[in-house]
Design a protein around this ligand. Structure first.
Ligand code: SF4
Length: 103
């Protein structure tokens, strides 16, 4: 009985760790240093523009993040808006219309 309980306990720990990994991959648990996503509630027309401008929630170029773009309105801790790309915009996102804020 004690051996079975220990196995069950260890299996539950392993399952919990796997679930955390999946959530982080999906952007729900702080994956990549972000604790939120900005792709929810985007209608089809908006999604078309977002795709055309290759918008994504996480920029691979640290010099081209929405938070540093002149078209971004918002702060670094929540989804903001953009005058070129409809829908919620991640401060760490990017797209092909990036225009740096004046120095
Ligand atoms: S134009 Fe592109 S890079 Fe600039 S804020 Fe909008 S989505 Fe981000």
């Amino acid at each position: 009985m004690a051996k079975t309980s220990r196995r069950v306990f260890l299996a539950r720990i392993a399952a919990g760790g796997a679930a955390i990994g999946v959530l982080q991959t999906l952007g729900c648990g702080g994956g990549g240093g972000d604790s939120f996503t900005c792709n929810e509630n985007v209608d089809q027309a908006a999604q078309g523009t977002r795709s055309a401008l290759q918008y994504r929630d996480a920029s691979t170029d640290p010099n081209k993040k929405c938070i540093d773009c002149v078209l971004y309105t918002g702060n670094a801790t929540a989804c903001g808006t953009c005058s070129a790309v409809p829908g919620p915009i991640h401060p760490n996102g990017t797209c092909t219309a990036f225009a740096p804020k004046p120095a």
